[in-house]
Design a protein around this ligand. Structure first.
Ligand SMILES: *[C@@H]1O[C@H](CO)[C@@H](O)[C@H](O)[C@H]1NC(C)=O
Ligand SMILES: *[C@@H]1O[C@H](CO)[C@@H](O)[C@H](O)[C@H]1NC(C)=O
Ligand SMILES: *[C@@H]1O[C@H](CO)[C@@H](O)[C@H](O)[C@H]1NC(C)=O
Ligand SMILES: *[C@@H]1O[C@H](CO)[C@@H](O)[C@H](O)[C@H]1NC(C)=O
Length: 762
């Protein structure tokens, strides 16, 4: 039906899909929005003509209304939409597409039509009654209701609540330009949130209208517009991890095809948006799309990165300014890397300099988030390298598509053997290892080696790395073994003059972005007698919790090894798991599950071994899968058969671990969650450096107090950690509980008493 594959059915309305909030946007939404190219020039025929060429969402931006009626409801501009909004929506649905509309959390929209502020209920009802599936919600004319995160949060939450009470699942896309730190709260009430002022059609050109380029600046109250691709990228870099299934950082619409950038720059723009898991909303006039723009928007190997089931953004592992500047005085080189489905990795070399470069990155840097200083196991594997842009659609095929009537698209697609995401979803395609999603093999990297490529100025190279070592322990590689690419050693299509960049401090960036807890945050609290008492009481409550846990079977929650890619780097002195006692029983533990696997999937996968009494995925506080689960059978024999047959096999694309439920796993907590964690059973030999290491990946810690015996000056074996909020403390506990240091497993609980605060510091 359609040839523009960038638009897959986004946030498909599937019931029962795991979700952060309304069940939508499990992968970033994709579609088309008229604003960038057509502004207010909207009409029924524009939408329907465009819809003919798409699959996914069609989003109508500003300028569609004719004011608010005396009944309090918005009126549709009948000159532009003579058949009415319901009919437009119906026609778009008939084409298999989702329909999106626009309003503003202000008294007026940005083009000064009636806004929805204080009319949220009425307007949400209108949208639902017209069959709208998607709302883009802007920030103009907000009547001064901004300036603190809470004020802005509440203004946007009003529409979220109103949409929710209509009962119609409507993808909610915030367009508040990143004001008031929307990346810190957007996840709670929306499916995506903008992170910057409006994009404009330039790669690097600085512009005074895009005032806020520094993500950390507290003075960023007018994010402006005219933000270049590079300025948006640099702004979002420190918080790319805020996007996850259900809610995404929105880097704004795509400019591809609007004419302000070169083909290379558009390739870089599209690749970055895809790899940072931004929604991909085309902002061009599709009726006049050029063949070259189509070949960028329609690269399934790159879209598959955006729609990857792991749903994790790449993060920046290096940024270097030691390069020639371009005509705007901008000159930088960046390397981005991130995990993909099946244990693959995507790597981007961005050349935003005024000269061609040879860029090289060692595996140690590419996998730095899996372990610092080369400790990631991936550094010891051999990797095949696939160029994700090598199999770009031929311009002639694209032109043929653009010239053809709608009923010819399918045959042109077939003839070109092009990937059709309506037929096979990206997830299915990845599971099957569809070659069209993999790009072209161009070489390999030896264990401990580097990835090197020549990259022209103002362009980008993008690679998919696949392990060939077949260790298969942590990654499900088997799946991709079917790749039978002709071994193509393509001569570099790039470059003339080149230059090498040495990685002198590859990790400097990471530590800046993560704001690690420095040793100054650790306080040695001299416990005086009353403090000691209350701390010992807590210690006892943890002891009793552990006793309780040991007398009843518990599931082996939080086994970081079996969850596959743990974020905690392994390093000397820090074992990932505590020893456990395994006793045969009718209950089994299944680890390293794909996060999308549901209770029902699990039951289905294991029902052949006997009647299942219970199958459950372990979930976190928000109801998201933790990547493991358990199944209870009737008999121990059934459990044994299941372990025998399923351990170390590939299930839904990942190599799972199956074992009996373990006794004496993690201690459970006894106290209700609070902002302060009690951390007991600390080894006495722990140094400040060890503490730093322990807290390196723990976020939002304000203060850590290690109890010191006043008389002896020796540590007392426990500590308290204060967090910004309860949620962070819950996360911290998950990460710390049971972690083994110098042979002792940490025992954590929430602190009940505020009196445990240290009375003195050194
Ligand atoms: C409304 O919110 C509830 C609670 O978050 C959620 O379970 C439900 O799916 C939402 N419904 C819609 C239509 O968004
Ligand atoms: C893609 O697949 C769907 C479902 O099989 C089909 O209806 C559609 O025509 C195909 N589109 C193209 C462009 O081949
Ligand atoms: C010990 O702490 C308690 C309560 O925090 C305080 O009242 C008392 O003065 C402290 N004693 C010493 C010796 O510091
Ligand atoms: C599952 O497989 C792993 C790796 O082969 C092995 O170490 C483990 O003992 C197996 N577990 C059981 C219960 O067979």
């Amino acid at each position: 039906m359609a040839f523009i594959q960038v638009i897959a059915v986004a946030g498909a309305l599937l019931p029962g899909v795991l979700a952060v909030n309304n069940g939508l946007a499990r992968t970033p939404q994709m579609g088309w929005n008229n604003w960038n190219s057509l502004g207010c020039d909207v009409s029924e025929s524009l939408l329907l003509d465009t819809a003919q060429m798409l699959v996914g969402s069609v989003v109508l931006d500003d300028c569609w209304s004719d004011g608010r009626g005396s009944d309090g409801y918005l009126k549709v501009d009948m000159k532009r939409f003579p058949s009415g909004m319901e009919s437009v929506s119906q026609n778009i649905h008939d084409l298999g597409l989702l329909y999106g509309m626009y309003s503003s959390a202000g008294e007026m929209t940005c083009a000064r039509y009636a806004g929805s502020l204080d009319w949220e209920e009425q307007d949400a009802k209108s949208f639902a009654s017209w069959g709208v599936d998607y709302l883009k919600y802007d920030n103009c004319y907000h009547m001064g209701r901004f300036g603190t995160p809470l004020v802005t949060f509440n203004r946007y939450k009003a529409m979220w609540d109103a949409l929710n009470s209509t009962g119609r699942p409507i993808l909610y896309s915030l367009c508040n330009w990143g004001e008031d730190y929307s990346h810190t709260w957007g996840m709670s009430i929306s499916n995506s949130w903008r992170v910057s002022g409006d994009i404009y059609d330039s790669f690097t050109r600085p512009d005074d209208l895009c005032a806020c380029t520094d993500a950390a600046s507290p003075h960023c109250i007018a994010p402006g517009s005219h933000c270049s691709v590079i300025s948006i990228l640099n702004r979002v870099a420190p918080y790319v991890d805020r996007g996850q299934p259900g809610g995404w950082n929105d880097l704004d619409m795509l400019e591809v095809g609007n004419g302000g950038m070169t083909d290379d720059e558009y390739v870089a723009h599209f690749s970055l948006w895809a790899a940072l898991k931004s929604p991909l909303l085309m902002g061009n006039d599709i009726r006049t799309l050029s063949a070259s723009a189509l070949t960028i928007l329609n690269n399934p190997a790159v879209i598959a990165i955006n729609q990857d089931p792991e749903g994790r953004s790449v993060s920046r592992v290096r940024r270097s300014f030691d390069v020639a500047k371009d005509k705007y005085g901008v000159g930088e080189m960046q390397i981005w890397s991130g995990p993909l489905f099946g244990g693959d990795q995507v790597v981007l070399f961005l050349n935003a300099a005024g000269e061609d470069l040879e860029i090289s990155s060692p595996l140690e840097e590419i996998f730095v988030h899996d372990g610092a200083e080369g400790s990631a196991p991936q550094c010891q594997e051999k990797w095949d390298v696939y160029d994700l842009w090598a199999n770009r659609m031929d311009n002639a095929v694209a032109q043929k598509l653009l010239d053809a009537p709608k009923d010819k698209y399918e045959s042109i697609f077939k003839e070109a053997n092009w990937y059709n995401s309506t037929e096979t979803s990206y997830k299915e395609g990845l599971k099957k290892g569809d070659e069209r999603l993999m790009g072209k093999k161009i070489g390999s990297i030896k264990p401990g080696g580097s990835l090197t490529a020549k990259v022209k100025k103002h362009s980008l190279a993008m690679f998919r790395l696949k392990s060939t070592s077949g260790s298969g322990k942590r990654y499900s590689l088997q799946l991709f073994r079917r790749s039978v690419f002709r071994a193509v050693s393509s001569p570099s299509t790039f470059i003339t003059k080149s230059r090498s960049i040495q990685s002198s401090t590859p990790f400097a960036l990471r530590s800046r972005a993560q704001a690690p807890v420095t040793s100054s945050v650790f306080r040695r609290a001299y416990a005086n007698s009353s403090d000691v008492d209350s701390a010992d009481k807590e210690h006892k409550s943890v002891e009793s919790a552990i006793d309780a846990a040991e007398s009843a079977p518990v599931y082996a929650f939080g086994n970081t090894e079996s969850q596959g890619r743990s974020s905690a780097p392994r390093s000397r002195g820090f074992a990932a798991t505590a020893p456990r006692i395994v006793t045969p029983s009718p209950g089994i533990y299944i680890g390293n599950l794909l996060f999308d696997v549901t209770d029902a999937d699990l039951a289905k996968g294991f029902e052949k071994f006997g009647e299942i009494k219970k199958a459950a995925i372990a979930t976190d506080a928000r109801g998201l899968s933790k990547g493991f689960g358990y199944v209870d059978f009737e008999t121990q024999e059934q459990a044994a058969a299941a372990i025998e047959a399923m351990n170390e096999t590939v299930f839904e694309g990942r190599r799972i671990m199956v074992n009996y439920v373990v006794r004496g796993g993690r201690p459970t907590t006894q106290n209700p969650p609070s902002k302060t964690l009690f951390i007991g059973n600390l080894a006495f030999e722990m140094s400040d450096a060890d503490l730093n290491k322990l807290f390196r990946d723990i976020r939002n810690v304000i203060d850590v107090r290690v109890a010191i015996d006043r008389r002896t000056g020796q540590p007392r074996g426990f500590a308290h950690a204060d967090f910004v909020d309860v949620e962070s403390a819950v996360k911290g506990l998950e990460q710390l509980q049971g972690k083994e240091i110098y042979g002792r497993a940490l025992r954590c609980d929430y602190s009940v008493s505020t009196r445990t605060r240290g009375s003195a510091t050194s």
